[in-house]
Design a protein around this ligand. Structure first.
Ligand SMILES: *Cc1c(COP(=O)(O)O)cnc(C)c1O
Length: 333
C-alpha cells in the first residue's frame, strides 16, 4: 500500500506498542489471551487515535494553503482536542463547533477535554443543539472567516473521510509488521466504531495486507445495520483512494450495538466496570465514551464465549482518557 502518494505530516515516529494483558486475561478466567495496541500513547496532547488521521488531513489543509482549521465534535470531543493540538503545533488557527448531543451537557467551565480546548488557545467555540447539520454549521463559520480574509479548511467530525481513514489503513500495516516481528498470531481484532474512520481504515488495511484477521467494531451510538453500512461505504471510498484492487466483502464489516446503553456518551454500568477492570489489572486508562464501552463489549463477548477457545484477541485502545476527569462522579458512585 502506497501512502507516499498523499500529502502527510509526520506526527508519529515509532509504532505504538502491542502489549499482552496477562492480569486482565487471568481475571476474566476464560481461555482467551488478550493483547492491546496502545494508540492511547500516540503523540499529540493527551494522546489518542485522531493523530493518525490528522497526519493526512492537516497535510491536505496545508497543501491547500489553509491558515485556519475548522472542525466539530461532541462537547468532550477528543477529536477536537487533537485537531486543535496539531493545528497549534503547525501554527494554524483552530475553531470548533460543538454539538450538545445531550441537552445541557456543555459547561464552559467543565474539566476534561473542554478545559484543554481553553488551555491550548482555541480561537472560538460555537455550541449548537443536538441534531444540527454540523457540516452546515462549519460552512457558515468558514464563510464568516473568509469574509475576514482567512483561508479556512474544514475537517469533518472525527476526521472520518477517506483522507483521515488512511491513518488507520496505515495503522493496520504497522500492526501486521509488529505482529510478524513478534511472531504473534492474532485471531481477532476489536475496535471502537464511532465516526467510522478507525474501523473502516483497519478493515481496509487488513484486507490490503491480506492478513485474514477479522476486525469487529463496538458501536458507541448507532444501531448495528446503520453503522455497518457507514463503515462499509467509507471503507470502499478509502480503498478506492489508495488504489487497492482486492475486493472488499460486505461481510467483513461486523458491528456490535449492545453496549451503547441509553445513548452516545451516556455512562453504562458495564462501561464503569470495564474502565475499573483495565485500571486495576493493567494500569491502563480507558475513557467513558469510546474505549470504555468498547472494552465492555470485549469483556462481555469473552464471558459469552464468543471467541474460539485459545483465541488471541487484540484490543485497539484508541485513547480518550482526558475525558475521564469530566466523569468523576460516575466512577465514585
Ligand atoms: C474518536 C474516537 C474513537 C472512535 O473512532 P472513529 O474513527 O470516530 O470511529 C474511539 N476512541 C476515542 C478515544 C475517540 O476519541
Amino acid at each position: 500500500m502506497n501512502f507516499a502518494q498523499f500529502p502527510r505530516r509526520k506526527y508519529i515516529h515509532t509504532p505504538t506498542p502491542i502489549e499482552p494483558m496477562p492480569a486482565l486475561s487471568k481475571r476474566l478466567g476464560k481461555d482467551v489471551t488478550l493483547y492491546v495496541k496502545r494508540d492511547d500513547l500516540l503523540p499529540g496532547a493527551g494522546g489518542g487515535n485522531k493523530t493518525r488521521k490528522l497526519e493526512f488531513c492537516i497535510a491536505d489543509a496545508m497543501e491547500k494553503k489553509a491558515d485556519t482549521i475548522i472542525t466539530c465534535g461532541a462537547v468532550q470531543s477528543n477529536h477536537c482536542r487533537l485537531t486543535l493540538a496539531w493545528a497549534v503545533k503547525e501554527g494554524l488557527d483552530c475553531h470548533l463547533v460543538l454539538e450538545e448531543r445531550v441537552k445541557g451537557s456543555y459547561k464552559k467551565e467543565a474539566s476534561g477535554n473542554n478545559f484543554l480546548f481553553e488551555l491550548m488557545g482555541v480561537k472560538s467555540i460555537a455550541v449548537v443543539p443536538g441534531g444540527t447539520d454540523m457540516m452546515g454549521a462549519m460552512e457558515k463559520k468558514a464563510a464568516e472567516l473568509e469574509a475576514k480574509g482567512r483561508h479556512p479548511y474544514i475537517i469533518p467530525g472525527g476526521a472520518s473521510n477517506a483522507i483521515g481513514a488512511l491513518g488507520y489503513v496505515s495503522c493496520a500495516a504497522e500492526t501486521m509488521t509488529q505482529l510478524n516481528d513478534m511472531h504473534l498470531n492474532i485471531d481477532h481484532i476489536v475496535v471502537p466504531s464511532g465516526s467510522a474512520g478507525t474501523h473502516a481504515g483497519m478493515v481496509v488495511g487488513m484486507v490490503g495486507a491480506s492478513s485474514n484477521i477479522p476486525v469487529s467494531g463496538v458501536n458507541v451510538s448507532r444501531k448495528k445495520d446503520v453503522q455497518e453500512e457507514i463503515v462499509y461505504k467509507l471503507a470502499l471510498e478509502t480503498a478506492e483512494k489508495l488504489g487497492i484492487n482486492t475486493a472488499i466483502d460486505r461481510n467483513a464489516f461486523v458491528c456490535f450495538d449492545q453496549y451503547v446503553g441509553p445513548g452516545y456518551s451516556i455512562p453504562t454500568d458495564a462501561m464503569v466496570e470495564a474502565v475499573k477492570l483495565f485500571a486495576q489489572t493493567e494500569s491502563i486508562l480507558l475513557d467513558p465514551v469510546y474505549s470504555g464501552k468498547t472494552a465492555a463489549g470485549l469483556i462481555d463477548l469473552i464471558r459469552k464465549d464468543h471467541f474460539t477457545p485459545g483465541a488471541k484477541v487484540l484490543f485497539l485502545h484508541t485513547g480518550g482518557s482526558p475525558a475521564l476527569y469530566a466523569y468523576m462522579d460516575t466512577f465514585r458512585k
